[in-house]
Design a protein around this ligand. Sequence first.
Ligand code: UDP
Length: 369
Amino acid sequence: MYDYLIVGAGLYGATCARQLTDAGKKVLVIDKRDHIAGNIYTEKVEDINVHKYGAHIFHTNDKGVWEYVQRFAEFNRFTNSPVANYKGELYSMPFNMYTFNKMWDVVTPEEAAAKIDEQRKEIKGTPQNLEEQAISLVGRDIYEKLIKGYTEKQWGRDCKDLPAFIIKRLPVRLTFDNNYFNALYQGIPIGGYTKMVEHMLEGIEVRLGVDYLEYKDTLDKEAEKIIYTGPIDAYFNFKLGNLEYRSVRFETEVLNQPNFQGNAAVNYTDRETPWTRIIEHKWFEFGKDEDGNDLPKTVISREYSSEWKPGDEPYYPVNDEKNSSLYLKYKALADKESNVVFGGRLGEYKYYDMDKVIRVALDKAEELK
Ligand code: UDP
């Protein structure tokens, strides 16, 4: 008999597993996929760690979380600075003086601020949706070229129907600073995320290729308590209806050339290009192999966003009003399941970053010990 059955070997599951094991609990981790690490899984192709389920850049302001992950991996000094490609025009991301200079030919922060102020006037009162929020942050020109098309491709919804908080993830700065994140600590685990999660799960029993919901009755008998990190609506057999998710599909290619786009991420912000971004994985590790040699080839992934349908991997919860209120109904059911903890991006239907997931998992494990 296990103390805890942990469903899902992603970051939430792995953090709980580590903490509870270290506290002397007997833990079993299962995952329906044939690998650990959930969506941060990386796989070596041509000596390059390929982020199989999309780019993950670790960044945090939480010193406790930063120290915690150092136990399982050494991090490199990667700083995320995506480039936006709008119909062949290149802009620096996030929105900063380089972006404003290219967009408006302004030179000083004062000139940039004046331009933004003039354009944000069209929004009166508190922004009610992503479009209003974006215009009030950076003005209409930037909204039209760098936000609207990308966001509508990524979410498959009009910017007027999306919550304002999504765009607040992006910093706006009147300095020449292309660092995408406002984070004290940032980097990529050397050797890949899979290796990091392997270290987190060291000495813990893991069964892969096991679908919890299919064998729920038998599996439930093996443990006192369950930590479930799958989709909350699937747990309840979708009885209140489906929560919506966005899914992502990748077309990955090995190219016989050393440098395709000169950057880890290039966002295609127009509406017509069918992919949202192209990731060139080698630049997460500065184009070098583990011994510091230059790599002759490159691996790129074109990322396409789509509405989730059964059989796809769910990636992003769609936190619009409709889904958020349906989630609260599922949450009420979940609260009644006294032996089950629901956690993580899918279990809590929340757009969590990696560091936030680790933080909530650490806190939850502390409670459960
Ligand atoms: N976004 C945008 N243009 C960009 C990049 C991001 O408008 O070039 C907006 C878009 O609405 C997106 C949000 O910012 O949904 C968050 O983007 P981020 O890249 O942080 O999302 P993630 O990496 O989690 O997919």
